[in-house]
Design a protein around this ligand. Sequence first.
Ligand SMILES: N[C@@H](CCC(=O)N[C@@H](CS)C(=O)NCC(=O)O)C(=O)O
Length: 225
Amino acid sequence: MSLKLYSGDLSPYSAKVRMQIYAKGIKDIEITLPPGFMERKFHETSPLGRIPALDLGDGDIMPESEVICEYLEEVYPAPSLLGDTPRSRAAVRTVSRIGDIYLMNNIFMCLPQQMRQTRNDAIRDLLTGQVTRGLKALEYYIGDGPYAVGDHLTLADCSLVPALFLLENVYEAFDVGQPLDDCPKTRAYSAAIKSDPHAAATLVELHRGLEERRELMKKMMAKQG
Ligand SMILES: N[C@@H](CCC(=O)N[C@@H](CS)C(=O)NCC(=O)O)C(=O)O
């Protein structure tokens, strides 16, 4: 079976799966840009038209980062990035879902509100309010050690690293302050997890994607005069 992960450097959901692949030491999955993504034609290959997507090599394409992560845990069980007991697996999944649904998703939906000229304050306030609420919950669930849950890297870290990247690198543009300032445990976690080699490799790619994106925006602005 030859697997291909359709992914992009700056895509936080793709980053979550890439970090899992690095942490599990999986070498036989090709990581590549999706066909037709830039031309907005990827939906012709995968109906949701979003990345990440896992090309299973038999004509089937699996969407949704959480689904792909769980699938890879089953297909490549060792090392496990879930816990060893039902309770610890539930704890990992809880934190992973906070990173995905309550942080990443709301920040991602809010990205167009970075543009002051076209911003809708009500949308911005609704979405950033949900992020603050999600962070408060995360502050309760997150562990005190270098990892989000337990004493080793799990899928919870794979979701949180890209979510916190967005908070630390793009959130400022929403002009609502930095909600992490009120979350000392999560702030300490974010500093500590950067020393993990798999998190660090994922962050290099996210920063590279952000730089490329900023360069592209600059060129587009210059063209428009
Ligand atoms: N819930 C999805 C979200 C995936 C998603 O929104 N991906 C973005 C890039 S980070 C995308 O492909 N956007 C393209 C589009 O919206 O057309 C997941 O967890 O995989």
